[in-house]
Design a protein around this ligand. Structure first.
Ligand SMILES: [Zn+2]
Length: 262
């Protein structure tokens, strides 16, 4: 092979490698109106996909801290979507669904260690009643220390299976119960099992909620439906940290090329 041709080949290869690595670099959420909402369930050592081991959760929180992410509350998210508030750089809303007791025992101390805010969507009839779920005392303590408590309905029935009257009751009763126990307003909800439709979203709005979160994979921005907000589910996998990094790095990239927007 002639020398000149070899040089050209090397040049092309280098160009391809460079292009490839640029694409694989972390795609930070540059736009101030783009918000990453992480969705967790359990933080413990049970070997199921819904459960992140505490050591892994700590590693993920450290990654966010070291990479200059800033945790926000749902109120801050809402105000920013309405255009009333400018968010810190790289905003992230950390959420937990179902209100497992490990959220208090394992996640809360780690969140405190990094001085992070978070939100827990609790199932109001499970709190203080069911084994493996948080108690009202735990919920109150967390609510006083940077954790927003929101609704995940009264008993976690899939909303598409309910009549309008049942749905209204699930929405209003859970809101009222949490508000009574905490002495604070409850303005946000996460759909149990993620199921919803436009009719359900209307009933959610009429029950007095300002916004609702789904399990649709994506990044919240000015074009998001405030009653169908996207989240990034975080699961335990064979390499949990690698999956975490891929999920948070590629969500903005996938969205920018139109792969995961509704
Ligand atoms: Zn749930």
């Amino acid at each position: 092979m002639n020398f000149c041709f070899r040089l050209i080949l090397i040049f092309i290869s280098l160009l391809l490698i460079f292009e490839g690595s640029a694409f694989l670099k972390p795609q930070r959420v540059e736009n101030e109106n783009k918000i990453m909402v992480l969705n967790y369930h359990k933080i413990d050592d049970v070997n199921i996909s819904l459960s992140i081991p505490p050591a892994e959760f700590d590693k993920q929180m450290k990654y966010l801290k070291d990479n200059d992410y800033h945790t926000i509350t749902p109120d801050e998210l809402y105000a920013s979507i309405e255009g009333r508030e400018k968010l810190p750089e790289n905003p992230v809303l950390i959420t937990f669904d179902d209100g497992y007791s490990d959220n208090y025992k394992n996640a809360y101390p780690i969140l405190k260690k990094y001085d992070f805010k978070a939100t827990i969507f609790v199932i109001s009839s499970f709190v203080g009643n069911m084994e493996h779920y948080v108690t009202w005392d735990e919920v109150r303590e967390m609510s006083e220390n940077g954790i927003t408590i929101a609704s995940h309905t009264v008993d976690h029935r899939s909303m598409t299976d309910l009549t309008d009257a049942q749905l209204k009751k699930e929405l209003e009763d859970s809101k009222a119960k949490i508000e009574e126990e905490l002495g604070k307003k409850v303005d946000y909800i996460a759909y149990p099992t993620g199921t919803y439709n436009l009719h359900i979203a209307e009933i959610v709005r009429d029950a007095g909620y300002k916004a609702a979160f789904t399990i649709k994979y994506g990044i919240v921005d000015a074009y998001s439906n405030i009653y169908a907000l996207e989240r990034i589910p975080i699961f335990q996998t064979e390499d949990t940290h690698k999956s975490f990094l891929e999920r948070i790095r590629y969500a903005p990239a996938f969205e920018s090329i139109g792969w995961i927007k509704n």
